[in-house]
Every structure is written in structure tokens, then in C-alpha cells.
Design a protein around this ligand. Sequence first.
Ligand code: ADP
Ligand code: MG
Ligand code: ZN
Length: 609
Amino acid sequence: MEKHHKFSIWYVLIGVWIVLLLQHSIVSMLAIKTIPYSEFLKLLKEGKIKEVAIGANQIQGRLAADASPNGRPMLFRTVRVDPEIAKLLAKYNVTFKGEVESTFLRDLFSWVVPIFLFVGVWYFFMKRMTGQQPGFMTLGKSKAKVYMEDDLQVTFDDVAGVDEAKQELREIVEFLKEPQKFTEIGGKMPKGVLLVGPPGTGKTLLAKAVAGESHVPFFSMSGSDFVEMFVGLGAARVRDLFDQAKKRAPCIIFIDELDALGKARGIGGVAGHDEREQTLNQLLVEMDGFDPTVGVILMAATNRPEILDPALLRPGRFDRHILVDRPDKKGREEILRVHLRNVKVADDVDVETIANMTSGMVGADLANLVNEAALLAVRRKKKKVTMKEFEEAVERVIAGLEKKNRLINEEERKIVAYHEVGHALVALSLPGTEPVKKISIVPRGISALGYTMQVPTEDRFLMKKTELLNKIASLLGGRAAEKLMFDDISTGAHNDLARATDIARSMVKEYGMSEKVGQVYFASQQKAQFLQTPVAEGGGEYSEATAQLIDNEVREIISAQYEKAKSILEEKKEVLIEGAEVLLQKEKIEGEELKAIMEAKGFSTPSES
Ligand code: ADP
Ligand code: MG
Ligand code: ZN
């Protein structure tokens, strides 16, 4: 790149020089003779001049045929002289001529400098907009060249918790190691592998690991890299990317964030739409045109497969889909161990406990968590990272960084405290709910005013009806506490209500848990076909009357659970008040502390199991 960049400036210089040279030589080629003005006047008087063209400074003209020495019409040029002086000079027979001051410098400033300015400005903007150094020669070349990595050091050992995806990718590694072995037997490799999964689950990492395991070059580009401001540039990039890759086969082409490029045509037709469409078409053309037996494997990743253009998913294109899902508890433990390899940890650190606390987190969150804990330990000048740092890191990652200095008024704080203790108390009082780990009213991140952290003892795949109902009750506990204490309700429960309603609706429509509606499946099935999850048959359509019935049932479930939450809190009002007081004072309390208050007031908690 650097080289090209220097060259381009030289091209400009050479170009300017050539133009100047040409201008000069054209003049001399025409053999225009410059004559003194006095001679011009003489010729004029002798009647030897046939025609002239008069300019502001100079006169050009042609002599009559008989006047020129070898019988040919001769071109001449003369520079004008002030007519008064000319008359006088002619009278005394002096030879005189006009002079034009050299225009070289003026020429230079009038158009060479602007050219440089123009090129400079253009260069500056290109650099700003594309983040790379453009040269005249590199405009259409893909940035993939920059991102080509040879012999990546990433292996499958660096990716944890996605065993199924790894299993499927092993075959591709085998193929890339020895493509001829496969083609000899006549085996056919998939052209395109699409990694599908939520952000941060390790899709990019997996693609790199495939390249690292098979020791082949890895060409990577992000979908958004293709979408450029110049129409046609994206398409040129795609072409170039494939050309380069074919030369280096066996290799992997990886397109990250395919959705940026592969959005279904016709969706969201704003600016840049044509360009994207062209680029996408070019990609399809390239995919159809290449023969996988040469050993080029195309991989792509997306977290929004549902918006991809169906043409991309057709057989012969991205026809193999690999799901990279959120890790389960065991997976999280493995991922943590991968990231803890380079961290000095104290003996009290229990990876399983951390994995327990991080339900729902993805690989990127866990990597972040380990880093955060290590930073905390450094800040505290510890030699090793202890469990305390990990616990704090978990909190930080869960709810964004603590913002102790954010001011909220006393009344709001009070409402939030009762609200949170309400959740916790209902959860503690009902069996089958996730144990309460911690309650906090330290404002965090952007929106959460407080939170009650409930940690499941294990990942759940099946839930009983009573468990679901109890979960709804504890979600509504926050609002019930507000109602009970202040006889008023706030907007703080809006997320709780949404979640409670979701669960209730699923119970009625999907799990057949409502007696009145019956064991019928009603959820409209819109699951995308790419995930290859078995799609439930039937359902999706129901009558107006059924819709009414479902709505009523959902409302009934919610209000029954709300009443349940309220009566629990009424019964344990003393605990609620004391818990909230402690919370207001300390900003944070452990679930165990609330439990202790409960027991001190003579209430028992259902044993967890
Ligand atoms: P995605 O492409 O799915 O959004 P990335 O591959 O970019 O996710 O993951 C970002 C980072 O998170 C990785 O560099 C790695 O440090 C960490 N990470 C994510 N998933 C895993 C995993 N399964 N095992 C180990 N580390 C992971
Ligand atoms: Mg990624
Ligand atoms: Zn709440």
C-alpha cells in the first residue's frame, strides 16, 4: 500500500511534465517563426503578409506564398509593441521587438498547484472515508489483501463450549488439509458454510480456528467493507477477493457479518441500496462460478439469518448452516478455563461457581469478565486474582459499570428499594424459584435503577407449571410492594410486566397450561427454516373467540399471581420494611441477609432443590 501511495504522486508529476512538453513541441513542430515587430511592420508595408490573427499580446500570421524563402507559406509570430513607440521607432529605423514575460511560473501556479491541491483533498477524504490509503492503482482492489492471514495461531482448543459446531467443522479441516484426497474419491465439499448465532458466541473465532487447524491462508472481510460509497466498488472488491483466494488455494474466504451485505433485496431501499444489490449479485455470481474442488471454502457468519436474501441460502451456495449457540453451564466453564489460562488465579477461585453466576452470558462476555477481574486485581495490587474480583466483575458485566455518583432523589431510591425487596421476598417465599443472590439499588448502566439477581442452580430445559407461576409472581412482586407501601405504582415495573406477560402468554398458547384454552398449540410459527429446528405443525391460526379466550386467560394468570405476590408481602410486611431499610443504607444486600431477616421474624423459607 505504502508503495502505491508514493507512486501515485509521481504519476501526477510525470503527467504534468508530459503535458508541458507536448505543448512546447506542438508549437515548435508547426515551425512558427518569431520575428521582431519592426520586421513585421516592414513586411506589412511590402504587402507580403497574407493573413493575421490578432491577440491581446501577440499577432500570428501567414506570409504570402511568394514572400517565403522556399515558396511555402511561412507562419510567424510577433509580440505587439505600444503603437506610439512603434511609430517613432520605425521613423528612426530601429529594429525593435516585443517581449512576453516568461509565463512558466504563472502556468505552474495557475494549474499545477490547483491539481496538487485537488489531488490532496481527494486523497484526504478517501483516506478518511475508507480508512485506508487509496492509490490510483488500488481503488478497486479489495481490502482482503490486508486481512489475509497466513498460518493463524488459533486452534479449536481456543474455542470452547461449542462442541457440536466444532464437530461439523472438523470435516472441513480434513478437506482443507488434503483436498486431493477428497476429490479422488469424488467427494463433494460444501461451497459455503454459514455460522449462525448470537453476537459474541465465537463465530469469528471458529472460522479462524478452522484456518489455523488446517494451516491455510485466511481471507477475511466484513460484509460492511463491501458496501462502499462508490457504486460498483463493492462488486469489484468481491471479484478481487475471489481472484486472490483462488490463487492461494487451499484457503478460506470468511465474510463476517454477512447480513450487512446479504440483506434480502428489496428490503429497506434507502441510499446505497443499488450498490449493495450489485455487490450481492457479484457475490452470487462468484459463488456459482467457483469450483470447490480447487480447495477454496467460503465461510460466513451472521447473527440475523432471517434477513438474508434467500438466494444466498440456496443449495450450492451457503447450504451448510452451523448453529453457534449460547453456551450452557458446562460450556461457560470451559470458556472460562480457556480465558483463565493466562491469568494467575488464587486458590479460592471456583470456576464452576462463576459459571453458575453467568447464565446467559456468551463467550465474549466471559472473556470480558476475566479481563475485568484481572484489571481489578491489578488495581488492588494483588498478586493473584481472587474470587472477590470475579464476583465484582460478574456484577459489572451484568449490569454495566457501577455509577455510584449518579444522583437519584431520595423518594425514587425508596421506591426502588421496596420494589427490589418485593421481588426478592416473593421469590424467597415460593418454592421452585431461582435463589436470590443479591439485591442492589446502585444505579448501573443506562436504564436499570436496581436489580435483584437471581441465579439458577443449573440451566433449565424443562419447567413445571407451578414454577412458571411462581416466576410470574416474583416478577410482579416489585409492583405489589410499591402498591402495598405507597398505595401507588411507578413506571419502574414496565420490564417486569413485559416478562411476566410473555411467560403467561407462552403458558396459554404454547405449553397448553390453561384449562379453559386446553392442550392446544396456538403460537404462530414463524421460526426461520435455516435453523433446522423442527417446526411444530398446525397452530398459528385461531378464531376471534379463541383470541378473546387467550387474552382473558393471560390476564387471569397475571392477576392471580399479582394477588399471590401481594398477600405474601402483606403477610411479611415487617420483613419487607426491614429489608428495604437495610438496602437503602447499604445499597446492596446479599440474598442470604434477607433470608436471615426473614428467619429472625419467624418466617421459614422453602428449601431449595
Ligand atoms: P462473534 O463473531 O460470534 O460475534 P467472536 O468470535 O468475535 O464472536 O468472539 C469475540 C471474543 O469472545 C473472542 O475473541 C474470544 O475471546 C471470546 N469468545 C467468544 N466465544 C468464545 C468461545 N466459544 N470460546 C472461547 N472464547 C470465546
Ligand atoms: Mg464476529
Ligand atoms: Zn422490577
